[in-house]
Design a protein around this ligand. Structure first.
Ligand SMILES: C[S@@+](CC[C@H](N)C(=O)[O-])C[C@H]1O[C@@H](n2cnc3c(N)ncnc32)[C@H](O)[C@@H]1O
Length: 234
């Protein structure tokens, strides 16, 4: 284990700044270095959630990830970011790495984790995930008793998406954006659209919760999810 600092992967929650944990807040404020993902040339969502908590003098490392590499993350971007974080750790500084939602729930933080863990001390601070935030916004309990719950990424091939949704008593379909129309088509075919709830930007002031049929496809952002219960759950 090289270096004297610790990297903290801090889940900053789904968007509402009040959904940051007390532990995340303490470690964020104590860290001399703060790193976060950001779209190339754009604002970091994770940073915006905790912006009011940052201290003057904290060194910031923006990890600029080109959006068009969402499916095939830019390995060299994460290589370079991990190297900068490792330098800070070797110099004895703790580094707070901000992750929207929870770090280990589909978080891009995992690309840094696989580069740093084993060589440096890395601790994970779980966060409130978008799954819990969307269920809360929709007023839809996620799972009862022995029910299974499936989280299904919308970019999957249409046939695979249909098979996975058909098998799930409650499907939480994430990463919608331009995959929304395909997702709605699949839910229509499976007879699941009438009970499906669309949640956009859960926990933010701009949050929207709508029946699936009322959503206009052109307006669907990346930070949106569909919760689709099967007939048993209606
Ligand atoms: C790469 S995953 C990251 C999930 C994040 N680590 C978490 O714990 O929620 C991004 C997907 O999570 C969902 N998501 C994240 N935040 C959301 C929010 N506030 N409202 C609705 N969906 C959200 C969307 O489906 C989005 O495409």
């Amino acid at each position: 284990m090289s270096g004297r600092g610790t990297a903290y992967g801090i889940g900053v929650g789904p968007g509402d700044p009040e959904l940051l944990t007390l532990k995340g807040l303490r470690l964020l404020r104590a860290a001399p270095v703060v790193a976060y993902p950001a779209p190339l040339g754009g604002e970091s969502f994770a940073r915006s959630i905790v912006a009011a908590q940052l201290r003057p003098g904290q060194q910031e490392i923006a990890i600029e990830v080109p959006m068009d590499t969402a499916l095939h993350p830019a390995q060299d971007v994460y290589d370079r970011a991990a190297a900068r974080i490792a330098d800070a750790l070797d110099a004895g500084s703790d580094v707070a790495i901000l992750c929207q939602g929870d770090p280990f729930f589909y978080g891009s933080f995992m690309y840094l984790f696989e580069r740093l863990a084993g060589r440096h001390r890395v601790e994970i601070v779980p966060g409130v995930s978008s799954l819990g935030a969307c269920a809360a916004a929709a007023g839809l309990p996620l799972a009862h008793r022995n029910e299974a719950l499936s989280v299904i990424p919308a970019p999957l091939d249409e046939a695979v998406l249909a098979t996975r949704i058909a098998a799930a008593p409650l499907a939480a379909i994430i990463k919608l954006g331009r995959h929304f129309e395909k997702t709605r088509r699949v839910l229509d075919r499976l007879g699941r659209s009438r009970s499906a709830i669309y949640v956009e930007r859960a926990s933010l002031p701009t949050q929207r919760v709508l029946p699936l049929a009322e959503v206009s496809a052109e307006s669907v952002p990346y930070f949106a999810m569909v919760l689709a219960p099967d007939g048993e759950r209606r």
